[in-house]
Design a protein around this ligand. Structure first.
Ligand code: NDP
Length: 294
Protein backbone atom coordinates (compact mmCIF):
# COMPACT_ATOMS: atom_id res chain seq x y z
CA UNK A 1 0.00 0.00 0.00
CA UNK A 2 2.84 2.38 0.76
CA UNK A 3 3.83 2.17 -2.89
CA UNK A 4 0.44 3.21 -4.10
CA UNK A 5 -0.01 6.75 -5.35
CA UNK A 6 -2.86 8.68 -3.71
CA UNK A 7 -4.84 8.62 -6.95
CA UNK A 8 -5.13 4.84 -6.94
CA UNK A 9 -8.18 2.97 -5.68
CA UNK A 10 -7.77 0.49 -2.92
CA UNK A 11 -6.98 -2.87 -4.49
CA UNK A 12 -9.74 -5.43 -4.12
CA UNK A 13 -9.64 -9.04 -3.07
CA UNK A 14 -8.53 -11.20 -5.96
CA UNK A 15 -6.91 -8.24 -7.65
CA UNK A 16 -3.48 -7.29 -6.42
CA UNK A 17 -2.12 -3.97 -7.63
CA UNK A 18 1.49 -2.91 -7.33
CA UNK A 19 2.52 0.52 -8.51
CA UNK A 20 5.11 3.17 -7.88
CA UNK A 21 4.37 6.88 -7.77
CA UNK A 22 7.13 7.51 -10.31
CA UNK A 23 5.61 8.76 -13.54
CA UNK A 24 8.24 7.03 -15.68
CA UNK A 25 7.00 3.49 -15.14
CA UNK A 26 4.18 1.68 -13.51
CA UNK A 27 3.39 -1.95 -13.01
CA UNK A 28 0.02 -3.48 -12.32
CA UNK A 29 -0.33 -7.12 -11.45
CA UNK A 30 -3.87 -8.46 -11.47
CA UNK A 31 -4.88 -11.79 -10.02
CA UNK A 32 -8.57 -12.44 -10.40
CA UNK A 33 -10.36 -15.12 -8.48
CA UNK A 34 -11.70 -17.99 -10.57
CA UNK A 35 -14.87 -18.44 -8.49
CA UNK A 36 -17.77 -16.64 -10.11
CA UNK A 37 -19.78 -14.00 -8.23
CA UNK A 38 -23.10 -15.14 -6.81
CA UNK A 39 -24.97 -11.82 -6.60
CA UNK A 40 -27.62 -10.85 -9.14
CA UNK A 41 -26.19 -8.07 -11.25
CA UNK A 42 -28.63 -5.13 -11.15
CA UNK A 43 -28.50 -3.93 -14.72
CA UNK A 44 -29.12 -0.18 -14.65
CA UNK A 45 -28.18 0.12 -18.31
CA UNK A 46 -30.95 -2.26 -19.39
CA UNK A 47 -33.56 -0.80 -17.03
CA UNK A 48 -32.66 2.74 -18.13
CA UNK A 49 -33.19 1.71 -21.74
CA UNK A 50 -36.62 0.27 -20.85
CA UNK A 51 -37.55 3.55 -19.15
CA UNK A 52 -36.28 5.65 -22.09
CA UNK A 53 -38.20 3.46 -24.54
CA UNK A 54 -41.41 3.81 -22.49
CA UNK A 55 -41.01 7.60 -22.31
CA UNK A 56 -40.34 7.77 -26.06
CA UNK A 57 -43.64 6.03 -26.76
CA UNK A 58 -45.50 8.25 -24.32
CA UNK A 59 -43.91 11.43 -25.70
CA UNK A 60 -44.98 10.45 -29.23
CA UNK A 61 -48.50 9.89 -27.95
CA UNK A 62 -48.44 13.28 -26.28
CA UNK A 63 -47.01 15.02 -29.36
CA UNK A 64 -49.73 13.52 -31.52
CA UNK A 65 -52.32 14.67 -29.05
CA UNK A 66 -51.15 18.22 -28.29
CA UNK A 67 -48.19 18.83 -30.61
CA UNK A 68 -45.59 19.78 -27.99
CA UNK A 69 -41.98 20.28 -29.20
CA UNK A 70 -39.10 19.87 -26.65
CA UNK A 71 -37.03 23.00 -25.97
CA UNK A 72 -33.46 23.55 -27.20
CA UNK A 73 -30.48 24.02 -24.82
CA UNK A 74 -29.92 27.46 -23.32
CA UNK A 75 -27.02 29.66 -24.40
CA UNK A 76 -24.13 30.43 -22.05
CA UNK A 77 -24.73 34.18 -22.35
CA UNK A 78 -27.28 36.08 -20.33
CA UNK A 79 -28.10 32.95 -18.41
CA UNK A 80 -30.41 34.60 -15.96
CA UNK A 81 -32.41 36.16 -18.75
CA UNK A 82 -32.59 32.80 -20.52
CA UNK A 83 -33.72 31.04 -17.34
CA UNK A 84 -36.40 33.66 -16.88
CA UNK A 85 -37.46 33.20 -20.53
CA UNK A 86 -37.62 29.43 -20.11
CA UNK A 87 -39.60 29.85 -16.89
CA UNK A 88 -42.22 31.86 -18.78
CA UNK A 89 -42.25 29.66 -21.88
CA UNK A 90 -45.08 27.10 -21.67
CA UNK A 91 -43.37 24.89 -24.28
CA UNK A 92 -40.39 24.35 -21.89
CA UNK A 93 -41.12 21.74 -19.24
CA UNK A 94 -37.76 21.22 -17.59
CA UNK A 95 -34.71 23.38 -16.91
CA UNK A 96 -31.37 21.91 -15.97
CA UNK A 97 -28.49 24.22 -15.07
CA UNK A 98 -25.39 22.33 -16.10
CA UNK A 99 -22.73 22.86 -13.42
CA UNK A 100 -20.09 24.12 -13.04
CA UNK A 101 -20.91 27.53 -14.43
CA UNK A 102 -18.25 29.98 -15.63
CA UNK A 103 -16.55 31.56 -12.61
CA UNK A 104 -18.00 35.06 -13.19
CA UNK A 105 -21.52 33.72 -12.61
CA UNK A 106 -23.19 33.23 -9.27
CA UNK A 107 -24.23 29.58 -9.24
CA UNK A 108 -26.78 29.93 -6.44
CA UNK A 109 -28.62 32.88 -7.95
CA UNK A 110 -28.96 31.02 -11.27
CA UNK A 111 -30.11 27.80 -9.58
CA UNK A 112 -32.60 29.75 -7.47
CA UNK A 113 -33.95 31.47 -10.59
CA UNK A 114 -35.27 28.16 -11.95
CA UNK A 115 -39.00 27.90 -11.43
CA UNK A 116 -39.82 25.10 -8.98
CA UNK A 117 -42.36 23.73 -11.48
CA UNK A 118 -39.51 23.18 -13.95
CA UNK A 119 -36.81 22.05 -11.50
CA UNK A 120 -36.43 18.60 -13.08
CA UNK A 121 -33.12 18.14 -11.22
CA UNK A 122 -35.14 18.23 -8.01
CA UNK A 123 -32.51 20.36 -6.22
CA UNK A 124 -34.70 23.37 -5.46
CA UNK A 125 -34.88 23.86 -1.67
CA UNK A 126 -38.68 23.61 -1.83
CA UNK A 127 -38.43 20.23 -3.56
CA UNK A 128 -35.93 18.96 -0.99
CA UNK A 129 -38.10 20.39 1.79
CA UNK A 130 -41.13 18.57 0.39
CA UNK A 131 -39.11 15.36 0.27
CA UNK A 132 -38.08 15.72 3.90
CA UNK A 133 -41.50 16.52 5.36
CA UNK A 134 -44.22 14.01 6.11
CA UNK A 135 -47.45 14.70 4.28
CA UNK A 136 -45.73 16.81 1.62
CA UNK A 137 -45.03 15.74 -1.95
CA UNK A 138 -42.06 17.21 -3.81
CA UNK A 139 -42.79 18.11 -7.42
CA UNK A 140 -39.63 16.26 -8.50
CA UNK A 141 -37.29 13.76 -6.90
CA UNK A 142 -33.53 14.26 -7.45
CA UNK A 143 -32.57 12.04 -10.38
CA UNK A 144 -29.75 9.88 -9.00
CA UNK A 145 -31.47 8.87 -5.73
CA UNK A 146 -34.72 8.36 -7.63
CA UNK A 147 -32.84 6.04 -10.01
CA UNK A 148 -31.48 4.03 -7.07
CA UNK A 149 -34.97 3.49 -5.62
CA UNK A 150 -36.38 2.72 -9.07
CA UNK A 151 -33.81 -0.08 -9.47
CA UNK A 152 -34.81 -1.53 -6.09
CA UNK A 153 -38.46 -1.47 -7.17
CA UNK A 154 -37.79 -2.95 -10.59
CA UNK A 155 -35.78 -5.79 -9.06
CA UNK A 156 -38.58 -6.30 -6.50
CA UNK A 157 -36.30 -5.74 -3.54
CA UNK A 158 -38.20 -5.24 -0.27
CA UNK A 159 -37.50 -1.91 1.38
CA UNK A 160 -40.18 -1.68 4.07
CA UNK A 161 -38.70 -2.26 7.52
CA UNK A 162 -35.26 -3.01 6.13
CA UNK A 163 -32.06 -1.54 7.55
CA UNK A 164 -30.52 0.78 5.00
CA UNK A 165 -27.14 2.49 5.15
CA UNK A 166 -26.33 5.43 2.89
CA UNK A 167 -22.67 6.32 2.61
CA UNK A 168 -22.41 10.03 1.83
CA UNK A 169 -24.64 12.98 2.69
CA UNK A 170 -24.26 15.34 -0.26
CA UNK A 171 -27.18 17.52 -1.34
CA UNK A 172 -27.43 15.77 -4.68
CA UNK A 173 -27.07 12.09 -3.74
CA UNK A 174 -26.55 10.93 -0.16
CA UNK A 175 -28.99 13.18 1.69
CA UNK A 176 -31.94 12.80 -0.73
CA UNK A 177 -31.23 9.05 -1.06
CA UNK A 178 -31.55 8.70 2.71
CA UNK A 179 -34.77 10.76 2.71
CA UNK A 180 -36.22 8.63 -0.07
CA UNK A 181 -35.37 5.36 1.68
CA UNK A 182 -37.02 6.71 4.81
CA UNK A 183 -40.13 7.56 2.77
CA UNK A 184 -40.09 3.95 1.61
CA UNK A 185 -40.20 2.88 5.29
CA UNK A 186 -36.62 1.68 5.59
CA UNK A 187 -34.71 2.38 8.80
CA UNK A 188 -31.89 4.56 7.60
CA UNK A 189 -28.40 5.36 8.86
CA UNK A 190 -26.14 7.87 7.13
CA UNK A 191 -22.37 7.51 7.09
CA UNK A 192 -20.16 10.54 6.40
CA UNK A 193 -16.51 11.47 6.63
CA UNK A 194 -16.64 11.89 10.42
CA UNK A 195 -18.45 8.61 11.11
CA UNK A 196 -16.64 6.31 13.51
CA UNK A 197 -16.34 2.70 12.36
CA UNK A 198 -18.30 2.88 9.08
CA UNK A 199 -17.49 -0.77 8.40
CA UNK A 200 -19.37 -2.02 11.45
CA UNK A 201 -22.40 0.17 10.67
CA UNK A 202 -22.46 -0.83 7.01
CA UNK A 203 -22.32 -4.51 7.94
CA UNK A 204 -25.73 -4.19 9.62
CA UNK A 205 -27.43 -3.04 6.44
CA UNK A 206 -29.88 -4.98 4.28
CA UNK A 207 -29.60 -2.24 1.66
CA UNK A 208 -26.46 -0.20 1.02
CA UNK A 209 -26.30 2.92 -1.13
CA UNK A 210 -22.70 4.07 -1.53
CA UNK A 211 -22.09 7.65 -2.69
CA UNK A 212 -18.80 8.85 -1.26
CA UNK A 213 -16.58 9.17 -4.32
CA UNK A 214 -13.91 6.94 -2.69
CA UNK A 215 -12.99 4.12 -5.07
CA UNK A 216 -13.34 0.63 -3.57
CA UNK A 217 -13.97 1.94 -0.06
CA UNK A 218 -16.71 -0.59 0.70
CA UNK A 219 -15.04 -3.98 0.89
CA UNK A 220 -16.64 -7.42 0.86
CA UNK A 221 -16.10 -7.68 4.63
CA UNK A 222 -18.33 -4.58 5.10
CA UNK A 223 -21.33 -6.34 3.59
CA UNK A 224 -23.80 -8.59 5.35
CA UNK A 225 -24.35 -11.77 3.31
CA UNK A 226 -27.43 -11.30 1.15
CA UNK A 227 -27.46 -7.49 1.36
CA UNK A 228 -28.34 -5.41 -1.69
CA UNK A 229 -25.68 -2.98 -2.87
CA UNK A 230 -26.31 0.11 -4.98
CA UNK A 231 -23.03 1.75 -5.98
CA UNK A 232 -23.45 5.39 -7.01
CA UNK A 233 -19.77 6.30 -6.88
CA UNK A 234 -17.85 6.56 -10.11
CA UNK A 235 -14.24 7.68 -10.44
CA UNK A 236 -11.77 7.43 -13.28
CA UNK A 237 -8.54 5.78 -12.17
CA UNK A 238 -5.37 5.12 -14.10
CA UNK A 239 -4.92 1.59 -15.34
CA UNK A 240 -2.16 1.00 -17.87
CA UNK A 241 -3.60 -2.44 -18.61
CA UNK A 242 -6.94 -0.93 -19.74
CA UNK A 243 -7.54 -0.02 -23.38
CA UNK A 244 -7.59 3.75 -22.75
CA UNK A 245 -5.15 3.74 -19.83
CA UNK A 246 -7.92 4.20 -17.28
CA UNK A 247 -11.03 2.52 -15.98
CA UNK A 248 -14.12 3.55 -14.02
CA UNK A 249 -14.28 2.44 -10.40
CA UNK A 250 -17.17 2.60 -7.95
CA UNK A 251 -17.20 3.13 -4.20
CA UNK A 252 -17.70 -0.61 -3.71
CA UNK A 253 -15.11 -3.28 -4.37
CA UNK A 254 -17.20 -5.14 -6.92
CA UNK A 255 -15.09 -8.32 -7.06
CA UNK A 256 -15.48 -8.87 -3.33
CA UNK A 257 -18.99 -7.49 -2.87
CA UNK A 258 -20.56 -9.49 -5.67
CA UNK A 259 -19.63 -12.69 -3.82
CA UNK A 260 -21.40 -11.60 -0.64
CA UNK A 261 -24.34 -9.47 -1.78
CA UNK A 262 -27.60 -10.87 -3.13
CA UNK A 263 -27.75 -8.11 -5.76
CA UNK A 264 -25.36 -5.37 -6.81
CA UNK A 265 -25.06 -2.61 -9.39
CA UNK A 266 -21.95 -2.62 -11.58
CA UNK A 267 -19.87 0.49 -12.35
CA UNK A 268 -20.29 1.57 -15.06
CA UNK A 269 -23.71 0.34 -16.21
CA UNK A 270 -25.60 0.57 -12.93
CA UNK A 271 -26.79 3.85 -11.46
CA UNK A 272 -25.36 6.24 -14.08
CA UNK A 273 -27.75 5.37 -16.94
CA UNK A 274 -30.65 5.47 -14.47
CA UNK A 275 -29.81 9.07 -13.57
CA UNK A 276 -30.28 10.10 -17.19
CA UNK A 277 -33.47 8.05 -17.52
CA UNK A 278 -34.88 9.70 -14.37
CA UNK A 279 -34.09 13.15 -15.77
CA UNK A 280 -36.14 12.24 -18.83
CA UNK A 281 -38.86 10.86 -16.60
CA UNK A 282 -38.98 14.07 -14.50
CA UNK A 283 -39.12 16.22 -17.64
CA UNK A 284 -41.95 14.14 -19.05
CA UNK A 285 -43.80 14.34 -15.73
CA UNK A 286 -43.45 18.11 -15.89
CA UNK A 287 -44.77 18.22 -19.46
CA UNK A 288 -47.78 16.11 -18.50
CA UNK A 289 -48.43 18.34 -15.49
CA UNK A 290 -48.29 21.48 -17.65
CA UNK A 291 -50.74 20.07 -20.15
CA UNK A 292 -52.88 18.21 -17.67
CA UNK A 293 -52.15 15.11 -19.74
CA UNK A 294 -53.09 11.73 -18.23
P1 NDP B 1 -19.62 14.74 -2.65
O1 NDP B 1 -18.14 14.87 -2.69
O2 NDP B 1 -20.47 15.95 -2.80
O3 NDP B 1 -20.03 14.03 -1.27
C1 NDP B 1 -19.33 12.94 -0.80
C2 NDP B 1 -19.93 12.49 0.50
O4 NDP B 1 -19.20 11.35 0.93
C3 NDP B 1 -19.85 13.52 1.61
O5 NDP B 1 -21.03 13.51 2.35
C4 NDP B 1 -18.66 13.05 2.46
O6 NDP B 1 -18.80 13.30 3.83
C5 NDP B 1 -18.70 11.57 2.24
N1 NDP B 1 -17.37 10.97 2.35
C6 NDP B 1 -16.27 11.29 1.63
N2 NDP B 1 -15.23 10.53 2.01
C7 NDP B 1 -15.69 9.69 2.95
C8 NDP B 1 -15.12 8.65 3.73
N3 NDP B 1 -13.83 8.31 3.59
N4 NDP B 1 -15.88 8.01 4.62
C9 NDP B 1 -17.20 8.33 4.77
N5 NDP B 1 -17.80 9.29 4.06
C10 NDP B 1 -17.06 9.97 3.17
O7 NDP B 1 -19.98 13.66 -3.75
P2 NDP B 1 -21.36 13.37 -4.52
O8 NDP B 1 -22.41 13.00 -3.56
O9 NDP B 1 -21.63 14.45 -5.49
O10 NDP B 1 -20.93 12.09 -5.38
C11 NDP B 1 -20.51 10.91 -4.73
C12 NDP B 1 -20.09 9.92 -5.81
O11 NDP B 1 -21.19 9.63 -6.64
C13 NDP B 1 -18.98 10.44 -6.73
O12 NDP B 1 -18.16 9.36 -7.11
C14 NDP B 1 -19.76 10.95 -7.94
O13 NDP B 1 -19.00 10.91 -9.13
C15 NDP B 1 -20.87 9.91 -8.00
N6 NDP B 1 -22.07 10.37 -8.67
C16 NDP B 1 -22.61 9.52 -9.59
C17 NDP B 1 -23.76 9.87 -10.24
C18 NDP B 1 -24.34 8.90 -11.19
O14 NDP B 1 -25.28 9.25 -11.90
N7 NDP B 1 -23.84 7.67 -11.23
C19 NDP B 1 -24.44 11.16 -10.01
C20 NDP B 1 -23.83 11.94 -8.97
C21 NDP B 1 -22.67 11.55 -8.33
P3 NDP B 1 -18.87 14.78 4.47
O15 NDP B 1 -20.26 15.27 4.22
O16 NDP B 1 -18.58 14.56 5.90
O17 NDP B 1 -17.84 15.60 3.75
Amino acid sequence: NSLNGAFLPRPCFGQLSLRTTASTWRCTLSIRSSSSPSAIVINGKAEAKNIRDDIKIEVSRMKESIGVVPAEDSSEEEVLKSVSGFNDDPSVHGILVQLPLPSHMDEQSILNAVSIEKDVDGFHPLNIGGLAMRGREPLFLPCTPKGCIELLHRYKIDIIGKRAVVLGRSNIVGMPAALLLQREDATVTIIHSRTINPEEITRQADIIIAAVGQPNMVRGSWIKPGAVVIDVGIKRVEDPSAAHGYRWVGDVCYEEASKVASAITPVPGGVGPMTIAMLLSNTFTSAKRFHNFQ
